[in-house]
Design a protein around this ligand. Structure first.
Ligand SMILES: Cc1ncc(C[n+]2csc(CCOP(=O)(O)OP(=O)(O)O)c2C)c(N)n1
Length: 1004
C-alpha cells in the first residue's frame, strides 16, 4: 500500500518565499558593482508583502546550473545540443496527436540531424548534460539510438511545449522528467482504465437509446477524459493530496459524474428525465443537468488515504467557472493547512484543482486569460491548477480554423509560462502518462499546467444536432471508426491483459445497474442540496434567520481604531500618511465623534478580526484605497515591505487570543476573473468575510456574467450560499442591475421565503457601513451584499458618525427617518430617497428652514425592501399627502423602478408617488460637468418646490448666489406643468436631457 502524506509530498523540495528573493534583490540595491538588469528585476516587483498574511511559501527552484563536466561536454558536442533542443522545441509539430488522423504529423526540417552537421548515425556520443540518460539510453549512445529516444519522447502520441518557459531551471527539469520516463514508466492501471472507459461507453449508449431526445452533450469520442481525471487524482493522492476541486464543463458531465464521481444513478436519471436533484420540499429551483455539483470521496485500494472530491457547480457561460474553482481550492487548501497547523505548509499541499475546458471555450473566452494571468499571483495562487482541454476539434459547429488564430487551443497559456502536454486521446496509456507528468510538475512547482487531450465528438454539439451539415468530412471519418473504449478493450484482450469474459461482465453489470436505476428513478427522493461540513453550521437558505446586534463596546472600538493605524518600528510610513491619515484618525477616535468612512471600516474589520473571523479584501489598489482613504497597508518608505497594522493587534498577542487575519489583496487589473475567484472564496469559507471592491462602481459590470450566473443565482440553483460583499464606490454603480436580480417580491416576503437572494444597500453613514460589514458574518446565514457609494461621503464631515452609533445595542437600520422633525403632523411632503443625495437635500432643507414641512427619509437597504420599517416611518406623517422619490440617476437607472411599486403599496389610499429626477438617458451621467451640475441643481430644487411658496428657481438662485462659480442655469418653466411627469423646458440649454418634476402648484 502506498503511503500518502507529508513525507510523500516532501518528495518535492525545500521552500522559499518570493519575499526572501525580493529582500535579497533589494539588498543588492546598495551593492555598487551590479548590472542594471539585476537592479531592475527585484524592483519591478515592489512593493512586497511576503511577511503579511496570505503570502504563502512556494517551492524552491531546482538548480539551473550544468556541472563543469556537463558544460564541457555540451561545448564539445554543440551539434548534438542543437538537435536535442530542436526536439524539445519542435517535436510536437511532428507528433501524432489527432485520433481522426486529419491533422497529420509534420515533416519538420529542424528535427533533421543533418541540419546540425550530424551525419553518421553510428557515431557514439557522450550524452552527459545533453540528453537525459535512461534505461533505454546509456551515457554513451549512438546517434541513431539518441534520435530514436528523442523521437519516442517528443514525437509520438504525446508531446510537449515547454520551451517558452523563461526559467531555465524549469525547462531543464521538464526535459529531464519526460526523457527519463522510459526508465520509470507509469505502470498502466489497465483494469481501472478499462472499467472507466467501458462504463462511459455503456452509459452514453444507454442514454442514447433510452432517452434519444435528451441533450446530454455526451463524452463519446473523448471518453479518455475519465481516465485522465482518475489518473490525476490517483497520482495526487500518492503525493499527499487529500482534496480535489474539480471544475467540469457541460461536455460529458453526465458520464463523468456517474462513472467517476459516484453520482447516484437513479438520481441522475431522475434529473435527466425532468425531476429535481433536490428534496421535494427544497426551496431551491435546481439547475440543468450540465451544471449540477457533487461532493464525493474516492478511495483507491492501494493508497491508504481517501480523496475528497468537490465537483463544482457550473454556470453555462463557458469558462466562467475557472476562477471560481481557483478561489475555492485556494481557500480550501488554506483552511486545511490551518486546521493542521503545519509550519512547513506550502500552498497547494492538500488541495489539487483540476479544471476541464473545451477547446473553443478555452481559446475564445477572455476570462481564461484573466484567470491564467492571476494564477501565479501571491494572493490568488492555489498551488497550481491542472487544466485539461477536451480538444474535440470543433466548437458547436465551428472548426478550429475559425475559433482561434493560434495553432493550438492551449496557446493562450504560454504567456503565463505554463507548460503544455499534448496527448492523443485515442491512447489511454499515454493519457495516463500525461496525468503523471502534470501532477509531478504541479507538485514540484505549484504552478498551472495544461493537458491538451485531442479527441473528437461522435455526435453533434448535442445529440439532436446533425454535425454533417457543417463537418461532412470529419463525420465520415468518425462514423467509420471504432469507439476508443472498444478499441482499447480489444487491444487489452489481444495482448492478454484482459479476458473477454471480464470485459463483458464489466459492461453487463453496469448496464444492469443503469436499467435498475432507471426504474428506481421514478421513486427516488434525493436529499440534496449537499453541503460541506462547515456550511452545516449555518441555517440553510436563511429559513430561520437570526440577526445579532452588531454594535461593539466603545473601548474596543477605540482600541481597534488606534490599532488600525499603529506603526511598526520596522516600517517607515510616508510623512503625509502620518499627517493626513494617522493623526486625524487618532484625533477623531479621541473625540469619539466625526468618525469617517475609512475609520468605521477599519473598526468593522478589526473587531471582526478580534472575534476570530478572517477577512479577505480584494480588488484593484484596495490596500491604499482608490481614493487614498483606506491605508489598510503601509508601505515602508525604505524597504518597500508592506505592513497591515490590523494583523498585529498588540493586545490580541498579549492575551494570546486567536485573532483572525486580514488578507489585503491588491488584485490584477481585471474584474470578471477576480470577482469569480472571490465568489469561490466566499462559498468555501463562510467565516471569512470575502470582500471585492470595484475601483469605480460601474466597472463591476465586466463581471456581470459572474454576478448573474453565480452571485445572484447560486443559492437558488445549487443551494450554495455566499456572503460575498461587493463594494461599489462611486454613485453610478448601476444599482438598478443588482435590483433587477433581486427576487424580493413586490408584494412582500412570505414565511417560506423570508429572505431575497441578494442584499442591495446604499448606506449614508459610516456607522451604517460598519454594521453592514459586521452583520455579514454575524448572521446565521449568508447572502451576497452589494454596497453602493460613496466616494463623496468618504470625507464629508456631515456624513460622519460617533462611536456611540456603533456601540452596544446598535445595528444596521434599513430605513433612516428624518431626525430633524419635531412635529410629524406638520409634514406635508415626504421625500423618500437613497444614498449620498441625502446630504444635498438636507442642506437645502436646512438653508430654507423647511424642517416643519418636509421629511427626508432614507432607504438604506433597498433589497430586501424594508416594507415594515418604511411603513412605520412614513405612517407617522399622518398629514402628509405628497410622497416623492428623488434620485440622481437617470429615470431608467437607479432604484426608482424597483422601489416605486413597493412604496406605492405602502402609501395612503389615493396617494401617488411622484418621481423627481433626470429623464431617461443612455449614459449614466453627462460628461459635461456644467450640464451635470445644472441638472443636479434642478432636481434637488424640484424636491422642495411648492413648499412654503418656494419655487425651484428660488432654490437654485439661492444656491447659485452661494456658489457664484457654479454655472449659470437656464430658466426652467416649472410654473406650467403639463403632466404628472413634465420634461424640463425646451428652452433649457440641456433640453436633450429632460429633468422630470411632478405636476405641482405653488399654493401647496
Ligand atoms: C459565453 C458563452 N457563449 C456561448 C455559449 C454557447 N455554447 C455552448 S457550448 C459551445 C461550444 C463550446 O465548444 P468547446 O469549448 O470546444 O466545447 P465542446 O462543446 O466542444 O466540448 C457554445 C458556443 C456559452 N455556453 N457560453
Amino acid at each position: 500500500m502506498l503511503k500518502a502524506g507529508k513525507s510523500a509530498r516532501r518528495a518535492v523540495f525545500p521552500c522559499t518565499t518570493t519575499g526572501l528573493v525580493l529582500a535579497q534583490g533589494l539588498a543588492r540595491w546598495n551593492t555598487p558593482n551590479i548590472s542594471r538588469l539585476q537592479l531592475f528585476l527585484p524592483l519591478a516587483h515592489s512593493y512586497h508583502d511576503s511577511a503579511e498574511y496570505g503570502h504563502f511559501q512556494t517551492p524552491q527552484m531546482p538548480s539551473q546550473k550544468y556541472s563543469a563536466e556537463e558544460l564541457a561536454n555540451r561545448q564539445h558536442n554543440a551539434n548534438l545540443v542543437m538537435l536535442a533542443d530542436a526536439y524539445r522545441r519542435y517535436g510536437h509539430l511532428s507528433s501524432n496527436l489527432d485520433p481522426l488522423g486529419i491533422q497529420k504529423p509534420g515533416l519538420i526540417e529542424e528535427l533533421s540531424a543533418r541540419m546540425y552537421g550530424l551525419k553518421d548515425e553510428s557515431t557514439q556520443y557522450n550524452i552527459d548534460g545533453i540528453v537525459t540518460p535512461s534505461s533505454k539510453l546509456p551515457p554513451n549512445s549512438s546517434l541513431s539510438s539518441i534520435i530514436e529516444v528523442l523521437q519516442r519522447t517528443y514525437c509520438r502520441n504525446i508531446s510537449y511545449e515547454f520551451d517558452h518557459i523563461t526559467s531555465l531551471a524549469i525547462r531543464k527539469w521538464f526535459a529531464e522528467y519526460v526523457e527519463s520516463m522510459d526508465a520509470s514508466p507509469t505502470p498502466p492501471r489497465y483494469e481501472r482504465f478499462h472499467e472507466l472507459l467501458a462504463k462511459t461507453e455503456v452509459i452514453e449508449t444507454f442514454l442514447q437509446k433510452k432517452l434519444p431526445n435528451v441533450k446530454r452533450y455526451g463524452l463519446e469520442g473523448s471518453e479518455s477524459i475519465v481516465v485522465l481525471i482518475d489518473q490525476i487524482i490517483y497520482e495526487g493522492a500518492q503525493l499527499g493530496i487529500s482534496d480535489v476541486v474539480a471544475g467540469l464543463t457541460h461536455r460529458g458531465r453526465v458520464s463523468i459524474l456517474s462513472t467517476l464521481f459516484n453520482y447516484p444513478k437513479d438520481e441522475l436519471l431522475r434529473k435527466i428525465t425532468g425531476g429535481s436533484e433536490f428534496a421535494d420540499d427544497s426551496p431551491h429551483t435546481g439547475d440543468i443537468i450540465l451544471d449540477v455539483p457533487k461532493l464525493t470521496t474516492i478511495q483507491y485500494s492501494d493508497i491508504d488515504s481517501p480523496v475528497n472530491v468537490e465537483v463544482m457547480w457550473n454556470a453555462c457561460h463557458l469558462e466562467s467557472g475557472m476562477p471560481v474553482s481557483m478561489g475555492k481550492s485556494r481557500t480550501k487548501d488554506i483552511g486545511i493547512s490551518r486546521s493542521k497547523m503545519d509550519p512547513d505548509y506550502i500552498i497547494g499541499d492538500n488541495v489539487l484543482s483540476v479544471s476541464l475546458h473545451g477547446d473553443s471555450g478555452f481559446a475564445g473566452q477572455g476570462i481564461v486569460a484573466e484567470s491564467l494571468s492571476m494564477s501565479g499571483l501571491a494572493h490568488f495562487t492555489n498551488g497550481g491548477t491542472i487544466h485539461i482541454i477536451n480538444n474535440n476539434q470543433v466548437g458547436y459547429t465551428t472548426p478550429p480554423s475559425h475559433t482561434r488564430t493560434t495553432r493550438y487551443a492551449s496557446d493562450i497559456a504560454k504567456f503565463a509560462d505554463i507548460p503544455v502536454i499534448h496527448v492523443n486521446g485515442e491512447h489511454p496509456e499515454e493519457v495516463a502518462r500525461a496525468a503523471r507528468i502534470a501532477v509531478a510538475y504541479r507538485q514540484r512547482f505549484r504552478k498551472d499546467v495544461i493537458i491538451d487531450m485531442w479527441s473528437f465528438r461522435k455526435r453533434g454539439h448535442n445529440e439532436m444536432d446533425e454535425p454533417s451539415f457543417t463537418q461532412p468530412t470529419m463525420y465520415k471519418i468518425i462514423n467509420a471508426r471504432k469507439s476508443i473504449p472498444t478499441q482499447f478493450e480489444d487491444k487489452l484482450i489481444s495482448k492478454g491483459l484482459l479476458s473477454k469474459n471480464k470485459a463483458d461482465t464489466v459492461r453487463q453489470e453496469w448496464l444492469n445497474s443503469l436499467n435498475e436505476a432507471y426504474i428506481a428513478s421514478a421513486e427516488c427522493r434525493p436529499a440534496g442540496p449537499e453541503q460541506s461540513h462547515v456550511w452545516k453550521l449555518l441555517s440553510r437558505s436563511g429559513s430561520r434567520p437570526i440577526e445579532k446586534t452588531t454594535g461593539v463596546d466603545e473601548n474596543t472600538l477605540y482600541q481597534t481604531g488606534v490599532d488600525s493605524v499603529k506603526q511598526s518600528e520596522n516600517i517607515k510610513v510616508h510623512p503625509r500618511i502620518e499627517r493626513f491619515h494617522i493623526k486625524p484618525r487618532l484625533k477623531r477616535l479621541q473625540d469619539g465623534q466625526g468618525i469617517d468612512w475609512a475609520t468605521a471600516e477599519a473598526m468593522a474589520f478589526g473587531t471582526l478580526l478580534r472575534e476570530g473571523y478572517n477577512i479577505r479584501l480584494s480588488g484593484q489598489d484596495v490596500g491604499r484605497g482608490t481614493f487614498s482613504h483606506r491605508h489598510a497597508m503601509f508601505v515602508c518608505q525604505e524597504s518597500e515591505q508592506m505592513y497591515v497594522p490590523l494583523n498585529h493587534m498588540e493586545d490580541c498577542k498579549q492575551q494570546q487570543t486567536q485573532q483572525g487575519k486580514l488578507e489585503v489583496v491588491n488584485s490584477n487589473l481585471c474584474e470578471e476573473a477576480v470577482v469569480g475567484f472571490e465568489y469561490g472564496v466566499s462559498t468555501e469559507d463562510p467565516f471569512t468575510l470575502a470582500i471585492w471592491e470595484a475601483q469605480f462602481g460601474d466597472f463591476y459590470n465586466n463581471s456581470q456574467a459572474i454576478v448573474d450566473g453565480y452571485i445572484a443565482s447560486g443559492e437558488t440553483k445549487w443551494g450554495q450560499q455566499s456572503g460575498l460583499v461587493m463594494l461599489l464606490p462611486h454613485g453610478s454603480c448601476r444599482i438598478e442591475r443588482h435590483l433587477m436580480l433581486s427576487n424580493d417580491p413586490v408584494d412582500g416576503r412570505t414565511h417560506s421565503h423570508p429572505l431575497p437572494n441578494i442584499y442591495v444597500t446604499y448606506p449614508t453613514t459610516p456607522a451604517q457601513f460598519f454594521h453592514l460589514l459586521r452583520r455579514q458574518v454575524k448572521r446565521n446565514f449568508r447572502k451576497p451584499l452589494i454596497v453602493a457609494g460613496p466616494k463623496t461621503l468618504l470625507r464629508l464631515s456631515s456624513a460622519s458618525s460617533s462611536l456611540s452609533e456603533m456601540g452596544p445595542g446598535t445595528q444596521f437600520r434599513p430605513v433612516l427617518d428624518d431626525s430633524t422633525i419635531s412635529d410629524p403632523q406638520m409634514i406635508k411632503r415626504v421625500i423618500i430617497m437613497s444614498g449620498k443625495l441625502y446630504y444635498d437635500l438636507a442642506k437645502i432643507k436646512d438653508e430654507h428652514m423647511l424642517g416643519e414641512h418636509v421629511a427626508i427619509v432614507r432607504v438604506e437597504e433597498i433589497s430586501p425592501f424594508p416594507r415594515e420599517e418604511l411603513y412605520q416611518t412614513i405612517s407617522q406623517y399622518t398629514n402628509a399627502s405628497d410622497f416623492v422619490w428623488v434620485q440622481e440617476e437617470p429615470r431608467n437607472a437607479g432604484s426608482y423602478s424597483f422601489v416605486a411599486p413597493r412604496i406605492k403599496g405602502l402609501l395612503p389610499a389615493h396617494a401617488e408617488l411622484r418621481y423627481i429626477g433626470r429623464g431617461e438617458h443612455a449614459a449614466t451621467c453627462s460628461g459635461v460637468e456644467a450640464q451635470q451640475t445644472a441638472e443636479h441643481l434642478q432636481l434637488t430644487s424640484e424636491a422642495f418646490s411648492g413648499l412654503r411658496g418656494l419655487v425651484a428657481d428660488m432654490v437654485i438662485n439661492n444656491i447659485n448666489t452661494q456658489h457664484s462659480q457654479a454655472p449659470a442655469r437656464a430658466s426652467l418653466p416649472l410654473d406650467k406643468p403639463s403632466a404628472t411627469m413634465i420634461p424640463a423646458s425646451a428652452h433649457h440649454r440641456w433640453s436633450s436631457r429632460p429633468v422630470y418634476a411632478a405636476a405641482q402648484s405653488s399654493e401647496q
